[in-house]
Design a binder for this molecule. Sequence first.
Ligand code: SAH
Length: 369
Amino acid sequence: MVSNAKMNMLGSPRQSLEAYFTDRGEASFRAHQIMKWIHHRGVYDFAEMSDLSKRLRQQLQTEAMIKVPEIVMEKVSADGTHKWLLRLEDGNCIETVYIPEDSRNTLCVSSQVGCALDCTFCSTARQGFNRNLTSAEIISQLWIARRRLQSGNSNARTISNVVLMGMGEPLLNYDAVVDASRIMMDDLGYGLGKRRVTLSTSGVLPAMDRLRDDLDVSLAVSLHAPNNQLRDKLVPLNRKYPIEELLLACRRFVEGKKHKQRITFEYVMLKDVNDSPSHARELVKLLRDVPSKINLIPFNPFPDTRFQRSEPETIQRFRDILIRAGFTTITRRTRGEDIDAACGQLAGKIQDRSRRAVRFARLEQNLTL
Ligand code: SAH
């Protein structure tokens, strides 16, 4: 078996692979050949890479590896949504979801094993946090989904969009997420345009500023409340990075971009918690100066949650207020609910989460909404 010290080339972006080869006196285009083998042709055995010399193939076999997680379970929803449970080398499991739509096919990718952020309405938070994913583990979700979708149906459309909206907070796993996103956007990888890769964050401010300089992706921000008092309770990270600062960071993120970009604000609709017309009006005021789109997400329940989904009419009324104020607003359609694949329902299987579970219990006790 391969040792952990070997470099997993699956997660190496073009630049690091080029450096790997030039350091060894090889031409940098070897990196391009390897990437095409891995990402375009789905090959994970160096021995099969016929345009590399035998010597180089042997060297790669001793120094490097291409390792993909194992599929433990694949579920297909009545609406065509797929969910995979993937087992990583250390036994932890993560989930990945594919959502086919008329105009696009989106893969929802996880960035961490569990999540450390404690958002009170999210099932991943209940699972606790174990560790960050490597860039190879992040990109392998795309590698696996693409292979599985092609194998089942030769007419299957390819994945056109990726959202980093699965398990975890991507901006708390910055380097690996940036490396994996570079591969997603590279023609030698998955060739996705910048509008087609969306990173969703609860608002890790310093990382948002870094991201702006490092990578041209679309940004979604989990807002969920129009004031600090409520957001402190729903998204505890708000106590560290309150709304005013978050919105300033959002403005910095889009300012000066060549192509006009808007931030997508996600707002989970929780019955009698954040869904009244006055909340909507507060939101209108709040977002007046930020180039924004708003995604309303009907709450997806999970076992033992205290929250309920807002009524459809309540969501409609909320949405109308935003639209009348001039905001592009959509209500996200719930997909894959029958296979627990909807937003906030991803649980995976996480080892060693006891410490976080205790913290969560304490937090929930203190919660008075
Ligand atoms: N940590 C990142 C990525 C998670 S993305 C973030 O917070 O943005 C998943 C999106 O689904 C986030 O907007 C999250 O707040 C939302 N979500 C979480 N639990 C949910 C639930 N039970 N129902 C609906 N949306 C939920």
